[in-house]
Design a protein around this ligand. Structure first.
Ligand SMILES: Cc1cc2nc3c(=O)[nH]c(=O)nc-3n(C[C@H](O)[C@H](O)[C@H](O)COP(=O)(O)OP(=O)(O)OC[C@H]3O[C@@H](n4cnc5c(N)ncnc54)[C@H](O)[C@@H]3O)c2cc1C
Length: 445
């Protein structure tokens, strides 16, 4: 698309992943905001963290993610319900699939812990059912086959495991957003936004195709959003701990998603296995969690951007140091470095797979070389803690979305928050069609 140098938009969205496209869809479908532009530096939608090779493809509800508290699960479920509703309404077989899913407890301690958890969570998740070894064997025979019969097994199972290709979701939301009404909606792919400057009446953005102006800007650029925020004086207290994730393929051994019990302190911990949406003949296990000093995996030029977030402040180094030296993290991080070693990494990772499918052998395991995801974990340098909650910075007519997992599951809810903030920024000039929004996204039980 041709860009008119200096053109002014009401809203500019930077980032065409699942977050930016969800906002585009919502603004176009449920508001009368005038002209909107969306920029992405790649040639398609959802090519970074939202690409199915780079994430776990799970629509997280908090039922089988045992590191979620009940409160977090309630929030994530409400957000994911919007994506489930969208998928049910518009999604085809390529966009999402419904598989059975379970969280598996292995050994008496885990079984006891999962039973306690079930009592707490069963009201929120009525579709979740406790199952014992025999039923596990019926649903996922390979989980039981070849396992020591003396080891207790227990699982919580649901038939409602949504597996989503978030890049397709992003493309679908763009298509529907563009078709929703006639007003101007410009999409600039292969266009990098380099910097933003506050002007009297809004913002001026420097892009690889020239300058444009915006009354409101939303950054949905993952970890880069914090770079843009700092450029404009926001998020001073925050830095990013980038946690890359890799996956391993095996021949197809699972019918659905099998999660294992997570470590409470780690937001990105235990491995799981499931059928791979991109390769129907394979099961995929992972992700690993390796800290890398870059904002986008494989993009070496984002290493300086990572260090730039530190603002040359000792408190930044101390915050990262404090987190990495924590006993839980240090062991976890060390193990995860081993998993990514060429050729022998699979041997180190094998016990994680065998916990789920005991009969898998090292030679069945193939590392997926082209996974390029990074979870931008937000660190508060005052408290020196990884933030497990809010990942948006809302400024004066500008919003920055930094989206660690489960950012894809919450894309429409984050988009809804952005949409409501944007309408507030404009005062009475534009409005939301709440009636249509509520009719299209009713509360799910
Ligand atoms: C290993 C792993 C597993 C995960 N598993 C899950 C899961 O199962 N379920 C789940 O819900 N979430 C999961 N996540 C998290 C999820 O993938 C992300 O939260 C989500 O994809 C974020 O979407 P986004 O649109 O915010 O970011 P992205 O998809 O990263 O999109 C950002 C976009 O911004 C563009 N961009 C960046 N800088 C610029 C610039 N300067 N100019 C123009 N464009 C720019 C990029 O090209 C990109 O398209 C996982 C993440 C990882 C790494």
């Amino acid at each position: 698309m041709q860009m008119n140098e200096g053109e002014q938009y009401d809203v500019v969205i930077v980032g065409g992943g699942v977050s930016g496209t969800a906002l585009f869809y919502l603004l176009r479908t449920y508001t009368n905001v005038g002209n909107i532009a969306l920029f992405d530096k790649y040639g398609g939608f959802g090519q970074a963290n939202s690409h199915p090779k780079n994430n776990s493809q799970t629509l997280h509800f908090g039922d089988i993610e045992t590191n979620y508290t009940l409160e977090k699960a309630r929030k994530v479920k409400a957000a994911s319900d919007l994506v489930a509703t969208y998928c049910d309404k518009y999604g085809d077989d390529g966009l999402f699939k419904i598989y059975p899913k379970m969280v598996l407890a292995v050994g008496q301690d885990e079984v006891d812990a999962l039973k306690v958890r079930y009592e707490e969570f069963k009201e929120l998740f009525p579709a979740l059912h406790p199952i014992e070894k025999d039923e596990i064997a019926e649903i996922e025979p390979k989980v039981v086959e070849g396992r020591d019969p003396d080891v207790p097994l227990f699982a919580l199972h649901s038939t409602e495991g949504y597996t989503v290709d978030y890049a397709r979701l992003a493309a679908d939301m763009m298509k529907r957003g563009q078709a929703a009404r006639d007003s101007q909606a410009d999409v600039f792919l292969n266009t990098c936004v380099d910097s933003t400057r506050k002007t009297g009446e809004g913002f001026e953005l420097d892009t690889s195709r020239g300058k444009i102006r915006a009354r409101v800007v939303v950054y949905a650029t993952g970890a880069h959003s914090l770079t843009f925020a700092k450029e404009l004086g926001y998020g001073d207290n925050l830095i990013i701990l980038p946690v890359a994730g890799s996956f391993f393929h095996t021949p197809s051994v699972l019918n659905g998603k099998v999660y294992t019990l997570q470590l409470k302190k780690l937001p990105f911990a235990a491995a799981h296995g499931d059928p791979d949406l991109c390769r129907g003949d394979r099961s995929r296990f992972g992700p690993t969690a390796k800290v890398l000093p870059m904002l986008e995996r494989g993009q070496w030029k984002t290493i300086p951007s990572f260090f730039k977030l530190f603002d040359l402040k000792l408190t930044s180094l101390m915050a990262i140091g404090t987190i990495m030296m924590d006993a839980t993290y240090i062991k976890f991080i060390a193990r995860n470095i081993l998993y990514d070693l060429p050729f022998i990494g699979r041997f180190f990772f094998l016990p994680n797979i065998q916990k789920i499918v005991p009969t898998v052998k090292a030679m069945d395991v193939m590392p997926l070389k082209d996974a390029k995801g990074i979870r931008p974990q937000i660190v508060n340098r005052s408290t020196r803690q990884v933030s497990l909650g809010e990942s948006r910075i809302v400024g004066d007519k500008i919003i920055f979305n930094i989206t660690p997992s489960p950012g894809a599951s919450t894309c429409l809810k984050n988009g809804e928050h952005d949409m409501r903030d944007i309408i507030r920024f404009f005062g009475s000039e534009f409005k939301i069609d709440n009636e249509s929004f509520n009719a299209d996204f009713p509360i799910r039980v």
